[in-house]
Design a protein around this ligand. Structure first.
Ligand code: R2B
Ligand code: URA
Length: 289
């Protein structure tokens, strides 16, 4: 059976405009996206183009001579690529940005009459008590108050939604990690990179190193192994619309050791490769089965 979003209002629309993707429901979306099995998303457009190329190589897909991977739709906010049954698209930074993409992607895949696909976020993060380069597969996203919920103000009231992931699916991915240092853990999600993540190195800071360490230790004791900026809304959205989801992030720093991301560009690329390797193994597992 093909995928349906729960929203009934849009069924009345003659044409639904997926404004930020530059696509609409009058287009041959079934022809373009009907076969999608995995949607990979990550922050940066350049990284997601590289991921599309890596998917092409991993799945052994040969493009016609003289052609290359090109974005579909418009690219001023998000750049979306498709290789075989895999979409690779960037979501920008933070929960408002990824939320817009998630709504439009879910509707896109409904109009495309796609079925049985998984959303995979491949990201970077700050680790807590794990060495840089570790890959954390998120079992539950916690907000900045360490609550397993995503809060959104809707029509003047706060609506809270649960932020768990499917742990059996997480374990399946862990088993595909091979030699990459990977673990399951909770992820704290902040709406800010500096104060929201307890850093001392923003433009201002009103707490002490001791305050920071006490909070990071409390988060670690609650099972948090990394901090990023999208996981709560990603989990809440996918739970709400019934799409299986994975949040696979490499850590760039151990926040118990410091705040600055000071590894060399080569090291940072190598850390990101860890998350990409795990995600590609999952993509191959899904597509080749
Ligand atoms: C990880 O890295 C970005 C901030 O540098 C943000 O998008 C995130 O979740
Ligand atoms: N992304 C984050 O959100 N935090 C980090 O510390 C590193 C990457």
């Amino acid at each position: 059976m093909s995928y349906q979003v729960p929203n009934k209002h849009i069924r009345e629309y003659a044409v639904d405009h997926l404004y930020h993707l530059g696509l609409d429901s009058s287009m041959d979306l079934a022809g373009m996206f009907g076969d999608v099995k995995v949607v990979c998303m990550g922050g940066s457009a350049a990284r997601m183009k590289k991921l599309a190329e890596a998917v092409r190589d991993k799945l052994g897909i040969k493009l016609p001579t003289g052609t290359e991977i090109a974005p579909i739709g418009k690219t001023d906010r998000f750049s979306l690529y498709k290789v075989g049954p895999v979409i690779s698209v960037n979501h920008g930074m933070g929960q408002p940005s990824i939320s817009i993409l998630l709504h439009e992607l879910a509707k896109l895949l409904m109009y495309a009459r796609a079925s049985a696909f998984t959303f995979v976020r491949i990201g970077t993060s700050g680790g807590i008590g794990v060495p840089p380069g570790s890959v954390v597969i998120t079992t539950e996203a916690l907000d900045g108050q360490l609550r397993a919920q995503h809060d959104l103000a809707i029509l003047g009231s706060v609506v809270s939604r649960p932020t768990h992931f499917d742990v059996a699916l997480c374990q399946q991915v862990l088993a595909l990690a091979g030699s990459v240092p990977a673990l399951l853990g909770k992820t704290m999600v902040a709406d800010d990179f500096y104060e929201g993540q307890g850093r001392l190195d923003g433009a201002f800071c009103d707490y002490t190193e001791a305050d920071k360490m006490a909070f990071l230790r409390r988060a670690h004791a609650a099972g948090v192994r990394n901090i990023e900026m999208e996981g709560c809304v990603f989990a809440a959205f996918c739970n709400q619309v019934g799409i299986p989801a994975l949040d696979i992030c490499c850590t760039l720093v151990d926040r118990l050791q410091g705040d600055q991301i000071s590894s060399t560009p080569e090291q940072l690329l190598a850390f990101q490769e860890h998350a990409i390797t795990v995600a590609l193994n999952f993509v191959a597992h899904v597509v080749n089965k």
